[in-house]
Design a protein around this ligand. Structure first.
Ligand SMILES: [Zn+2]
Length: 321
């Protein structure tokens, strides 16, 4: 092989709003990257055509030697290569995206769900670099999670393991996008805390900066800015969210005994304001043997660059043997 060519992987992070593509080297250095609208509400073949055009703009055949492709996508299975009924997409119940992209690029192609990819990104390039047992929680529109056990991502029998967003918090609780009721992500996510804010506003007369926002206007940053300014409703909303999530991750500790939970996504940007009560509530619910050991830390990788996750997946597959 020509020594002047850089050996790279091609990474694709498919989100409900944007798709990010990029070239990444084995040290996690992003050589080129670019993002475009996913248009998840338009048919899947339109996305494929757009992706194909964008890929060919980014790849320069005589400069880059690409060895593999890694994809992170909502509800994607590592085993089947399909996205299974991704919420907020109109692409159907079984989207054979790995096969389609493999055909497009004619390279070995691997896929997993976005939060699993984020966990691999942390393991190879991020906050999890020095650890072998940890759980990544992406607290964005939903709650994604990826579990690293003994240095390996847990895929499960059918490739869909580690969906902490859909464990039950309250029987017959809030309606979840997945069809179930009372799922953790309906409380512990940006969407979840928005729902909590509106519940608190309707049940309290307290003055709040948040009263002037409509549901669609409100986002995680507005809520955390208000909390930092001492807004009672915003602070209470973080407290409620931390209590529910803290209790559930204490259960996760009993299953896995991770060294740490690594948080990313909109909710995590509140920092200590959220992490301190979260840690306290987790500790309150831990079995004695686990107390004062489990860390809760912020991601230093995936929130800054979401393509590092799928890049880590491709690199891991290349160096499997
Ligand atoms: Zn659910």
């Amino acid at each position: 092989m020509d020594k002047n060519l850089q050996n790279l992987v091609f990474a694709i992070d498919i989100g409900g709003t944007y798709t990010k593509i990029g070239l990444v080297n084995k040290n996690g250095l992003v050589i080129e990257s670019y993002r475009f609208s996913t248009d998840a509400k338009l048919p899947y073949n339109i996305f494929l055509e757009k992706l194909s055009k964008e890929i060919h703009k980014l790849i320069k055949p005589n400069t880059h030697s690409i060895e593999a492709v890694g994809i992170g996508a909502p509800n994607a299975s590592y085993i089947t290569g399909k996205m299974i009924s991704p919420p907020n997409f109109v692409w159907g119940a079984n989207v054979a995206i790995r096969q389609d992209i493999e055909q497009l690029l004619k390279l070995p192609t691997y896929i997993t769900n976005d939060a699993n990819a984020a966990a691999l990104g942390e393991l190879y390039f991020g906050s999890g670099k020095s650890m072998v047992n940890f759980v990544v929680l992406t607290l964005g529109t939903g709650l994604g999670s990826g579990i690293i056990n003994d240095g390996k991502l847990i895929y499960g029998q059918y490739g869909m393991a580690g969906e902490l967003g859909h464990v039950n918090v309250f029987p017959d609780g809030r309606q979840c996008n997945c069809g179930l009721k009372g799922c953790l992500e309906t409380y512990a996510s940006v969407t979840g805390i928005k729902r909590t804010v509106f519940e608190l506003l309707s049940n309290n007369n307290s003055e709040s900066l948040l009263r002037s926002y409509s549901y669609d206007q409100l986002d995680g940053k507005i809520i955390s800015d208000a909390a930092h300014q001492g807004d009672i409703i915003a602070l209470k909303a973080f407290e409620v969210t931390a209590k529910i999530l803290g209790r559930k991750i204490a259960d996760t500790v009993a299953h896995l005994e991770p060294e740490a939970f690594i948080l990313s996504g909109g909710l995590s940007h509140a920092g200590d304001l959220f992490i301190k009560p979260l840690k306290n509530y987790m500790e309150d619910n831990l079995f004695k043997a686990y107390k004062n050991k489990i860390k809760i830390i912020l991601s230093n990788t995936t929130s800054s660059n979401s393509i590092l996750g799928p890049a880590a997946l491709a690199l891991q597959e290349l160096h499997k043997d």
